[in-house]
Write a protein that binds this ligand. Structure first.
Ligand code: ASP
Ligand code: MG
Length: 439
């Protein structure tokens, strides 16, 4: 069985949904199709929830009405016959009635999760109506019946596997299964989600849960490229990546795949393919356990980084100092990306500064603290690049006139990362494109 996941833009217009139907019926191999919400919908739902939380009911109501009007237009182009249109209308009525009822209930975190779930519920139900009208046999399997997260908000693959296999066994004749990305139930049984962009994660978890032959992630670009096409003129597609390389790239800013979605496929050894709905014949990128080649593959950039530097003479010849530093970040659940140390100072970077004031205050008990925001991590990724002195030379030769604030090298054999001011990001990506990739 294979998994095919389609993102928001791939189901963003009625015509796109028609294209998806074509793609999933090209062969009759059994498959599970995971769909995101129609593009823009989850953002609107977030806005609606935020307005409700702020008691701005009228504005929330306006947003709900605008969204509903958009879907009323959508379904007119999605289906043709009266019967299908009536079904699609009934679906919209059900979900928008729900949103309108919520307007009258007092806001809670749990309620906001219910609001966010509407996008995927609507997209899959409408898609199912279209498939039915086309006479395409399928089963719409609610993700809320099998996708779960535990008390720590982590998805347990064995449990998901048990749930999903149990449901599939009830429908052995169905070869085409449609389900929602992103949404799940939490340990309290409430509707929850796998965080923004989580449909990729759903696909990877489902792939792991049923030991799929492949997990295909369909988006609107042809796989990963060696550099950001929005920033540099010339980029090259990457045909093959290892999970380790993909993890570094996804984490350090390559927008194509949600970073959390790597581990289930990697752990359960399901190859992942990144493919393009607009150009289905393009090779895309295949991610497997094996690295096909050594050497530099790609560069990615992660914005919104803050550098924190702690200087203390007490660090000199002392042990336990770093533990104290790390414990403070741990206490405030703030992950650290890069670290460099000298004998009297340690610098780390974080990508969330929401707890920075508290962290700073506690760090000050250990030494003098300086922070600098608005930084970017640029990561050069490739299988065992750290072994290659030429790459290192090329990287540093490319960086003349760049204010490099930190360098991380050797932590992973697949990554060289540098920290630069965000204002220099474009320049750095261009310089690396010509100096390292010779493009
Ligand atoms: N619809 C969700 C979001 O926009 C999940 C996804 O599309 O991956 O974040
Ligand atoms: Mg996405």
């Amino acid at each position: 069985m294979k998994i095919m996941k389609f993102g928001g833009t791939s189901v963003g217009k009625p015509q796109r949904m028609h294209d998806v139907a074509q793609l999933i019926t090209k062969d009759s191999d059994p498959k599970i199709v995971v769909l995101s919400a129609v593009s823009g919908t989850t953002n609107s739902l977030v806005e609606i929830a935020t307005l409700l939380a702020a008691q701005k009911r009228e504005e929330a109501k306006e947003k709900i009405d605008t969204l509903e009007a958009k879907y009323q237009e959508f379904i007119k182009e999605l289906v043709q016959g009266e019967e299908a249109l009536a079904k699609a209308k009934a679906i919209l009525q059900e979900h928008f009635e729900f949103l309108n009822i919520i307007l009258k209930i007092s806001y809670s975190e749990a309620l906001s999760k219910d609001i966010l779930a509407q996008g995927e519920l609507i997209s899959t139900k409408l898609f199912s109506v279209y498939l039915e009208e086309q006479g395409i046999d399928h089963l719409l399997l609610p993700a809320l019946n099998f996708m779960v997260i535990d008390e720590n908000d982590e998805p347990p693959v064995p449990q998901i596997s048990k749930n999903l296999k149990g449901l599939l066994a009830q429908h052995p004749e169905k070869k085409l299964i449609i389900t929602q990305g992103y949404i799940c139930r939490n340990a309290r049984g409430e509707v929850d989600n796998l965080k923004r962009g989580g449909s990729d994660y759903t696909a990877s978890l489902v792939a792991a849960a049923i030991q799929a032959s492949v997990c295909e992630i369909w988006t609107d670009i042809s796989g990963m490229h060696n550099n950001d096409p929005r920033v540099v003129n010339k980029t090259l597609p990457i045909e093959q990546l290892s999970f380790d390389e993909a993890a570094e790239l996804a984490y350090f800013g390559a927008k194509i795949l949600h970073p959390a979605s790597i581990w289930p496929a990697q752990q359960y050894k399901v190859p992942v393919k990144l493919l393009n709905t607009m150009e289905p014949e393009a090779k895309g990128t295949t991610i497997t356990s094996e690295a096909a080649s050594k050497g530099v593959k790609a560069v990615a950039a992660k914005d919104g980084i803050t550098a924190v530097n702690i200087k203390s003479s007490r660090m000199l010849l002392a042990y336990g100092f770093l533990r104290k530093v790390f414990e403070i970040f741990e206490k405030y659940r703030t992950p650290i990306d890069m670290i460099t140390t000298s004998e009297v100072a340690v610098s780390v970077t974080i990508d969330s500064d929401s707890a920075l004031p508290q962290i700073r205050k506690e760090l000050e008990a250990l030494g003098s603290v300086e922070t600098e925001g608005n930084m970017t991590i640029v990561s050069i990724v490739g299988n065992e690049i750290a072994d290659n002195t030429q790459t290192l030379q090329d990287v540093f030769n490319s960086l003349t006139d760049v204010e490099v604030r930190m360098v991380s090298y050797g932590g992973s054999p697949h990554n060289i990362s540098i920290l630069v001011p965000a204002a220099q990001k474009t320049e750095v990506l261009q310089k690396i494109n010509s100096g390292v990739f010779k493009l």
